[in-house]
Design a protein around this ligand. Structure first.
Ligand SMILES: Nc1ncnc2c1ncn2[C@@H]1O[C@H](COP(=O)(O)OP(=O)(O)OP(=O)(O)O)[C@@H](O)[C@H]1O
Length: 608
């Protein structure tokens, strides 16, 4: 390529000319007389001297200030350390004093203190009403209206006759205008196809919580239902909702975007799934007969895609079974509304009202647009929570079968002292006690995994379930255990609360839960619907003494064998000659045992 004829070159700007005005000429110096110049020089010299002096003084002052600051800072540090030490000492003193006082306190006093703390925490919050209702000061004073009437022969019964029936089934009721107990599903006016279906599942006679609870709920009353584990509470709160839904559907069929009529809240996804499956089978049994409509039920829990259930949301919705978090999410996203919702049931309600769930529950309440019938069910319900819940309901009826928190008498409870390091090996031995299925409980997720791993290594078909497992893993574990494909389920207490597995033979509590209520729930996975079962619990020196004491009283109350190491644990209050509140003497306890005590003793002979 040839060199271009014209080579581009950056044009350098020529320097700007500097123009000077005549009066800016550097060389110009005005004339100053010598005397004046000398004077000016002198003045300059003295001012330099003064400035230097000033500068020196300033520097010294600054250095002094720095030193002062450092000293002050050091003093502050020392003071802070002194204060911390004092506070620490005071805290230690307070702690020591409290520990000394606590040591003097009896178990009952401590329990009362805990109750008082819970109550204070609850009182600081508010009733279980929606914020809107609280803001507007709305207070409902009358129970919900219901079109249900007991049959005439039941209406004609005297109060004394009703009392005798309740007494026969060891049902305690509290409240105004108590609905009557009815000991037959047909007399309760349960639709025939459902009665037939229940019969096919060998549910022929209502259990005590059902024979008082169902008429109470059918009558539109708010209620608190307390009955031991495995005593059929699920049917007691689902059936009334199914009836309300049937009635509403008959009045005006539901179309897309309408509903639900009622919601059942559960504290865990597994429990919600189980309740949902029950509702599905019961509503399907009804819909088999032409004169009954298809009721639509939605399971609303975390960890599942709502897309899978869009077919339900695309129709009118009657019943929602939910865990609180996902329910709030769906309501906030307006996937459905509570505009026409008139029935709210909380299963394991004591846990729901428990401090962790209370805000969620009130948040859910705020989506209701009108009065609702509220039902709280559980096997355990601390008295103070009961009182609080009662204040929040409208003329509630309390239906109580057996002492709240009492163990199911169809469970043979065995408590064994097993050293921590010997537990795994002894577990294998324990598994030989009965045929499967067996549930093993541990309070600790890592321990649940360890136990499962150990059992798998030993060739035992075991699945595991705990809160850190994914929803799929949890569902797989439950499904394969329920179907009988797996013999053993290792579970954390929280994940398996309220689950109803068929014919569990043996519950092994590998690590005793701190709260006795949790123990009651765990052993309650066996001995369900009138069958008997065994619960073996490992305790050792890691088990808190208070827990052991609670366990001792629970065993005494249930008329079970108290092992010598538990017998030797003294209740400080008993030592002072008092009786422990809430823990009756063996005679009192046996006297107040629920209806199945005789059957328990007969059935348990083979185990003893
Ligand atoms: N009237 C009845 N007669 C016989 N069996 C019944 C009756 N009602 C319910 N059942 C059965 O009893 C079992 C336990 O019922 P359910 O799960 O409702 O107990 P629960 O009281 O809710 O227990 P938990 O407190 O442990 O949740 C279920 O398998 C259920 O089918």
């Amino acid at each position: 390529m040839s060199e271009p004829a014209y080579k581009r070159a950056r044009i350098q700007p020529s320097p700007s000319p500097v123009y000077k005005l005549d009066d800016e000429d550097d060389s110009y110096e005005p004339y100053v007389p010598v005397a004046q110049r000398r004077q000016a020089k002198l003045a300059k010299l003295t001012s330099w001297g003064a400035n230097a002096e000033k500068e020196k003084a300033r520097r010294l002052q600054e250095e002094q200030d720095d030193r002062d600051d450092e000293e002050r800072e050091e003093e502050r540090r020392r003071e802070k350390a002194r204060k911390e030490r004092t506070l620490l000492m005071e805290a230690q003193e307070v702690h020591d004093r409290k520990a000394a006082e606590d040591a003097k306190k009896t178990a009952a006093e401590k329990a009362e203190e805990v109750d008082a703390e819970i109550l204070a925490a609850i009182a600081a919050r508010r009733k279980l009403a929606s914020d809107l209702e609280l803001a507007k000061g709305v207070q409902y004073t009358e129970p919900m209206k219901s079109s249900w009437r007991p049959p005439k022969f039941v209406r004609d019964r005297s109060l004394e006759e009703n009392r005798r029936i309740r007494e026969k089934y060891h049902i305690i009721v509290e409240g105004e205008d108590l609905p009557p107990p009815i000991d037959n599903f047909t007399d309760m006016k349960v639709p025939d196809p459902l009665v037939k279906f229940l019969r096919s599942k060998r549910i022929t006679k209502p259990t005590p919580i059902q024979l008082q609870g169902i008429p109470t709920a059918f009558a539109g009353r708010d209620m608190i239902g307390i009955a031991f584990t495995g005593s059929g509470k699920t049917l007691a709160f689902c059936l009334p909702l199914i009836m309300v839904a049937l009635e509403e559907e008959a009045r005006l069929p539901f179309v897309r975007g309408e509903g639900p009529v009622g919601v059942i809240l559960c504290p865990s996804r597994e429990l919600a799934t189980q309740t949902y499956e029950n509702v599905l089978t019961w509503t399907a049994a009804l819909a088999k007969e032409e004169r009954y409509p298809q009721l639509n039920t939605l399971l609303c829990i975390g960890g599942i895609s709502m897309g899978e259930q869009s077919h339900v949301l695309n129709k009118g919705l009657h019943i929602v079974v939910a865990t609180p978090g996902r329910l709030i999410d769906m309501l906030e996203k307006k996937r459905f509304t509570f505009d026409n919702c008139k029935y709210l049931c909380m299963d394991e309600a004591d846990r729901m009202i428990d401090l962790g769930f209370e805000d969620d529950v009130r948040n859910i309440m705020s989506f209701f647009k009108r009065q609702r019938q509220t039902l709280l069910f559980s096997a355990t319900m601390p008295r103070k929570i009961q009182d609080f819940a009662q204040q929040s309901l409208v003329k509630p009826v309390l239906v109580n079968v057996g002492r709240a928190g009492a163990a199911n008498l169809d469970v043979l409870q065995v408590v064994e002292y097993v050293k921590q390091e010997a537990k795994m090996v002894y577990l294998l031995e324990c598994l030989q006690k009965t045929p499967p299925p067996v549930i093993i409980f541990s309070e600790n997720k890592n321990e649940v995994d360890d136990i499962q791993e150990y059992l798998l290594l030993k060739g035992v078909e075991a699945v595991a379930i705990h809160g850190s497992k994914t929803q799929e893993e949890r569902q797989y574990a439950i499904k394969s255990f329920k179907s009988g494909a797996k013999d053993v389920m290792v579970a954390s207490g929280v994940a398996s609360k309220g689950l109803d597995f068929n014919d569990i033979q043996h519950v092994i509590i590998f690590s005793m839960p701190k709260e006795i209520e949790d123990y009651v729930h765990q052993i309650g996975r066996t001995g369900r619907s009138g069958k008997t079962g065994i619960a073996t619990t490992f305790v050792n020196m890691n088990t808190p003494e208070q827990t052991l004491l609670d366990l001792k009283y629970l065993l005494m109350e249930a008329g079970q064998k108290v092992p010598p190491f538990l017998q030797s644990i003294e209740d400080p209050r008993a030592a002072q000659g008092g009786t422990l509140k809430g823990c009756p003497t063996t005679e009192e306890a046996i006297e107040s045992l629920s209806y199945s005590s005789d059957r328990f003793y007969n059935d348990c002979h083979f185990l003893l």
